[in-house]
Write a protein that binds this ligand. Structure first.
Ligand code: G6P
Length: 612
């Protein structure tokens, strides 16, 4: 969602900021803007559309300045337009703001401000906030930092903001509550961004701003206070991220690069944690509360999107090996119910970004009811990682493509490891099965590598089905969540309507859709429900549906029934989703490319959903 970039220091700031905005494009947005202080004047330039349109718009303008901020907006209040794009000015044009989040009480603040004579030109909550700050500064006759602080004590909602002031070109004021903000520390220069990707080419020293903190950033000084006016010591962390991790490295799209990275990202996820030969499996991030997890009477998994699908697979794995009942919840539903959380319950929150607003709020709700939270996040230091009591990082590296691929398989890997360890400790798995599963886990990267060799074959199938208007994805058991994930991938990036369903449940509705036009993707690998899914394939064939089947290598039954067969290596059924999802990622990718879609930045979607 909205992306924030800021710079103050000795460089020309605009090029740094605009490059940063491009690095943040993956988050999803519909307009972009910058503010600079040039010739003693605070100047704002903004445009609906992509960053490149903003660049064209400012091409012949003088933006030289040593301080700048930039924003990519994902519309919430007010349609995408030049006027609604950020930055927004105060009424005297002396202040400007960029904002990620939602000011929920903006309506009442706006009414008050209108009574006082303020006029608004946009429909945004953000413009209200900068007028409010201006109003406080005017009436209290205080510094900008103090006006921001006082304003934030009155604001309801979530925000990451940066404010610039024409009269103080040597400062940027930034604050956060609920939406991420990272400060990069250079030599006599500072960088600001919604995540570390715009920063790492300049410095790997960063400070993650905490909720309710306000930073005043000058060329050579960073000071932080909280909204209660208590000074805070910046906690400097060193980023473990390489620039090449956020570049395409010869691939046409980030999504394809990330699909092909999976053998490595899955191996990275197991590195140092699992060694089947020596018989160990350890999760360094789960120590103090490990007993609580091992003795859990119920596990509640909360997540959104693809992470929720990883949670569904985890439900099957935990129930299979640990014999603990599991409930998988959409974070957005969980947070607005009055969920029952008992003493023996533990919560596992899954999130690639670690910033999803609904997941974060669901965690806070569960915590307030006394639950212990285990976070499974990809982004180190993210809000969800910090809000969790303990957890495990997925170590998949930055995922830039909006459609999640390598983060999903890394989540499955972490969750499988946690489940196996818990089962071992509880004694609900035999030693021989436990050891067999550790060995099996170690074989996954090579099997994923093998599945990736199907790329050309899948591309050819994509050509045949690229103009289909609907798709059905069917699976059973461990492959049922894979069917959901396959359908989601296709919807997200190719805009083809697709539904994932448990294969047998098809008879209760979707079967009515099947005709000779309907492609039906069966995930029908050899497992305990194989015979059942073979019958489901027959049911679709008899209604002339076009079957594309993902099968286990050497299958000699389904090839006689399906129009197209994609063979993946044999894997224990519990871990099969790690491999059976690969052809589905590739299928959606190729179809989307052939349809001319923007694969890495699909319309309307955001990578990091920081508003509810
Ligand atoms: C967005 C992304 C999805 C992601 C979901 C949950 O919708 O586009 O790819 O699965 O958010 O995000 P999280 O970062 O919490 O896993």
């Amino acid at each position: 969602m909205c992306g924030i970039v800021g710079y103050i220091g000795h460089r020309d700031a605009y090029p740094v900021v605009v490059k940063g905005l491009k690095r943040l494009e993956y988050r999803g947005y519909d307009s972009a803007g910058v503010a600079v202080i040039n010739n003693d004047q605070l100047k704002v330039f903004k445009k609906e559309g992509k960053v490149v349109e903003l660049e064209n718009y400012v091409k012949d303008k003088d933006l030289s300045s040593n301080v700048a901020m930039g924003h990519t907006r994902w519309a919430t209040h007010g349609a995408p337009s030049d006027v609604n794009a950020h930055p927004h000015y105060s009424s005297n044009n002396k202040l400007a703001i960029i904002h990620n989040g939602i000011i929920e009480n903006y309506g009442s603040l706006k009414k008050e401000l209108i009574k006082k004579g303020h006029e608004f030109i946009s429909e945004t909550d953000t413009e209200v906030l900068i007028h409010f700050i201006e109003d406080i500064q005017h009436h209290e006759n205080c510094s900008l930092e103090e006006a921001v602080r006082l304003a934030l004590t009155k604001v309801v909602g979530a925000y990451a903001i940066v404010v610039m002031c024409e009269d103080d070109p040597g400062s940027l004021v930034a604050a956060r509550k609920g939406s991420p903000l990272v400060i990069g520390i250079g030599k006599n220069e500072f960088f600001l961004a919604s995540d570390a990707t715009p920063i790492i080419e300049y410095t790997n020293e960063v400070v993650y701003l905490n909720d309710f903190e306000i930073a005043v950033i000058k060329e050579n000084k960073l000071s932080i206070r909280n909204t209660q006016d208590v000074p805070k010591n910046p906690y400097i962390q060193t980023l473990d991220m390489e620039l090449e991790a956020i570049e395409k490295n010869g691939f046409e799209h980030f999504m394809l690069k990330e699909i092909f990275e999976q053998p490595r990202s899955i191996a990275d996820c197991m590195r140092g944690r699992l060694n089947a030969g020596e018989g160990y499996l350890r999760m360094g991030g789960i120590r103090e509360y490990e007993t609580k997890l091992n003795n859990a009477e119920r596990i509640i998994i909360i997540a959104c999107g693809t992470s929720w699908h990883a949670g569904l697979v985890a439900e099957y794995i935990f129930e299979e090996f640990c014999r603990i009942p599991v409930e998988v919840e959409y974070a957005s539903e969980f947070r607005y119910r009055n969920p029952v959380i008992n003493e023996g319950d533990v919560v596992i929150a899954i999130s690639q970004s670690g910033e999803t607003a609904d997941t974060l709020a669901a965690i806070e709700l569960a915590k307030s009811k006394g639950a212990i939270i285990f976070g499974v996040c990809n982004i180190v230091g993210s809000s969800i990682a910090r809000a969790s009591h303990e957890g495990a990082y997925t170590h998949a590296g930055p995922e830039i493509g909006v459609a999640s691929t390598k983060a999903f398989t890394a989540q499955l890997t972490v969750l499988s490891m946690i489940a196996l360890r818990v089962a071992h400790k509880r004694g609900t798995i035999t030693l021989s099965k436990y050891k067999e599963m550790l060995v099996e886990l170690e074989t996954i990267p090579a099997k994923v590598e093998k599945a990736l060799e199907l790329n050309d074959e899948i591309k050819a199938i994509s050509e045949i089905f690229k103009d289909s208007r609907n798709f059905l994805y069917l699976g059973r058991g461990f492959n049922f969540p894979v069917a959901l994930e396959g359908a989601l991938k296709l919807k997200e990036i190719s805009y083809i309507h697709a539904e994932g369903y448990p294969a047998a449940e098809m008879k209760h509705g979707p079967i009515a859709l099947i005709d000779k036009e309907m492609p039906v993707v069966f995930i029908a690998t050899r497992d305990s429900s194989y015979d059942k899914i073979v019958s489901n394939i027959q049911e679709v064939r008899s209604r002339k549906g076009r079957v594309i089947a993902i099968v286990t290598e050497g299958d000699d039954i389904i090839p006689d029934m399906a129009e197209f067969v994609i063979e993946v290596p044999a894997v224990n059924e519990v871990l099969m989703p790690l491999v059976s999802v690969i052809p589905l990622q590739l299928l959606s990718y190729h179809i989307a490319v052939m349809r001319g879609c923007n694969v890495d930045q699909p319309r309307n979607l955001a990578k990091s959903v920081t508003v509810e």
